[in-house]
Design a protein around this ligand. Sequence first.
Ligand SMILES: Nc1nc2c(ncn2[C@@H]2O[C@H](COP(=O)(O)OP(=O)(O)OP(=O)(O)O)[C@@H](O)[C@H]2O)c(=O)[nH]1
Ligand SMILES: [Mg+2]
Length: 367
Amino acid sequence: MIAEIDLQGGKGARNADFAAGIHAEKDDSARNFDRQQPLNEVDAEENIQAAEIDRRIAQETKAEQHIHKLLLLGAGESGKSTIFKQIRLLFQTGFDEVELKSYASVIHANVYQTIKILYDGAKELAQNDPSSSKYVVCTENKDIGEKLSEIGSKMDYPYLTKEIAKEITTLWNDPAIQETYSHGNKLQVPDCAQYFMENLERFSEATYVPTKEDVLHARVRTTGVVEIQFRYDQLLFEDETKNRMMETKELFEWVLKQSCFEKSSFMLFLNKFDIFEKKIQKVPLNVCEWFKDYQPVGSGRQEVEHAYEFVKKKYEELYFQNSKPDRVDRAFKIYRTTVLDQKLIKKTFKLVDETLRRRNLIEAGLL
Ligand SMILES: Nc1nc2c(ncn2[C@@H]2O[C@H](COP(=O)(O)OP(=O)(O)OP(=O)(O)O)[C@@H](O)[C@H]2O)c(=O)[nH]1
Ligand SMILES: [Mg+2]
């Protein structure tokens, strides 16, 4: 459930305590081993050792002073792993050729999984709505659909050849599949579906090496948790009876109540803002039980901003309800994010870093 990274920031008191413990131990062992030597010589040696240990403690404490632990929590598919990929790209060495290549099979698997979900989903929706033919795939595409659905249910997917890529494109363009895709919230269609379908030709090159962008879109489920997202009309993969936003709300509430986080700063990422912006034009926010008192104000940009502010306020309320001022001492900030967007993420991390530094100065009584 937990993932940790180190960010620049700053706290070192605990490490100093720990180091002091080691110091005492070393002191004792030196005394035991050197019993034969005259006392003043032992003392002199001990002093040298102690000074050396003190010097190392000071060095390590200084080095650790700027380390902050960041814990990412969130519902499934909210973008935690993608944040880690961005951190690697932005602050570490990124992905080398071997690693990039290793993503080819993941991306091919994503393509097969996506088209299977859509084809099977179309059949299911057609069954549930027999009066309408909008989910019925064209007769000439049915064989392709059955074949792809079977491939998609295997554990081992074949390499995505030009020929299969062409068939997938044909099926993707089928009006019934497009209709199914637009109702993706009822199924478990991954967010990267469109990106994958639009890049099939490139993915099916024999010499295909995934790009940085491809890697950011690639989807592998982690058996863990990490942040907050805007999926107010979607059900959880882990529990299809549960709305994702409600799951997120409960998770956030639970985390806020844990006494171990009473002094932890909270940076809430309302992620997948790009999807939220589009969705808000089509699906009213009040379909989610938590937002049922939401009143739309219009359309376009104004509505997006209004809806975002509403969600933000809900989280703020939740935060204050679960943070008793006499007991809890922590900072709280909300950021809207699209973690696929590297520039935006770089900027967001800068803001997070500034908030944490500021917090340290406040804690140290300097602000
Ligand atoms: N459009 C869009 N897609 C995103 C965004 N963030 C993540 N994704 C995509 O969403 C999918 C899921 O992201 P992950 O980072 O794997 O999610 P996760 O939180 O690690 O999920 P689990 O490991 O299952 O808990 C990937 O295909 C990402 O490319 C975003 O801000 N916008
Ligand atoms: Mg993950």
